[in-house]
Design a protein around this ligand. Structure first.
Ligand SMILES: Nc1nc2c(ncn2[C@@H]2O[C@H](COP(=O)(O)OP(=O)(O)OP(=O)(O)O)[C@@H](O)[C@H]2O)c(=O)[nH]1
Ligand SMILES: [Mg+2]
Length: 293
């Protein structure tokens, strides 16, 4: 199955629920009320659902309503300006952050796989030194993908590991350094302090690093995902978001809510556990998947 079809299948329950009301649409108050309810059930939030229904209300046939809804979805995602890959930001340093279990390590591996397959030289950094198992997990990905890894002992300083990885990347002509971080420490404050230190040392090892702070959110976590994004944005800054597990029970609307309320670009979508199950986020395809009939 293609990676896009995994997204489509993952969102099938949501899309079926929404489009079921179009089988014999009356376009009366009940219909618009029901459409609103279905939109809210996707986790997009009531405010956005209301805006979308308001925009669609003028239409009088099902295809037109769906077209307007799709346009509304697409308009939530302004094009991401592509940053020129100047000499100065090679290697590009990507810091992968998020709360525990959202899919950080897997996403770091997926990004490494994508880069390696496009001929790039990658160094991974196992900066989740809080647990030995986390280091082993990334090591086993690095072995499989055939990329270099800086994997220190459990309990060592994650900032030192990040620094070593960036220096390794600079000295060895890597195109990308991808840093996996911890999701849980003793307290949220500990975690944020640790991440801030990682950000500082990356910048001292290589100008402008980290060039990307990628927040990984579990697509099934609804409102919590939004709260997490706010905290990480305030504490360390977030340049992009990856929403994972959209192949599962996630309803998908959280992606729209993130775009509408936070205006942080959603760059990737995770649709499975293998290294290939990562999609570059495309608003049109996402709109098609969530509203497919
Ligand atoms: N179905 C599915 N599972 C995923 C996806 N991304 C990650 N997972 C699974 O989710 C679980 C947690 O993923 P990890 O990558 O270990 O998450 P993490 O954020 O690094 O977790 P901690 O290091 O414990 O904070 C693993 O079983 C992954 O295989 C996805 O897009 N789809
Ligand atoms: Mg991890």
């Amino acid at each position: 199955m293609s990676v896009f079809n995994r997204l489509k299948e993952g969102l099938q329950k949501t899309s079926r629920q929404i489009t079921s009301i179009f089988s014999s649409p009356s376009f009366d108050e009940n219909f618009w009320e029901e459409l609103f309810e279905q939109m809210v059930l996707t986790d997009m939030g009531a405010a956005l659902a209301q805006d979308m229904v308001a925009a669609a209300r003028k239409a009088r046939d099902a295809d037109k309503v769906l077209e307007i809804l799709k346009d509304q979805i697409v308009s939530l995602f302004p094009p991401i300006p592509s940053i020129s890959e100047s000499e100065n930001n090679i290697p590009k340093v990507v810091l992968v952050v998020g709360v525990n279990g959202t899919g950080k390590t897997t996403t770091a591996a997926k990004l490494a796989d994508k880069a390696v397959k496009s001929g790039k030289k990658v160094c991974l950094a196992a900066a989740d030194t809080f647990r030995a198992a986390a280091i082993e997990q990334l090591k086993s990905w690095a072995d499989r993908l055939g990329c270099h890894i800086i994997a220190p002992k459990a309990g060592s300083d994650p900032a030192a590991c990040s620094y070593d990885a960036v220096i390794y990347g600079v000295k060895n002509g890597c195109d990308a350094v991808i840093i996996d971080t911890a999701g849980r420490l003793h307290t949220k404050e500990n975690l944020m302090q640790e991440l801030r230190k990682i950000v500082r040392v990356c910048g001292s090892a290589h100008s402008g690093a980290p060039h990307e702070s990628l927040l990984v959110l579990d697509g099934g976590s609804g409102q919590n995902a939004l709260n997490q994004a706010r905290v990480f944005r305030e504490m360390i800054g977030v340049t992009d978001i990856a929403v994972t597990k959209l192949d599962g029970t996630a309803k998908g609307g959280v992606v729209l809510r993130i775009a509408s309320e936070l205006k942080i670009p959603v760059k990737y979508i995770g649709v499975g556990e293998t290294s290939e199950d990562l999609l570059d986020f495309e608003p049109e395809s996402f709109a098609d998947a969530i509203l497919s009939r």
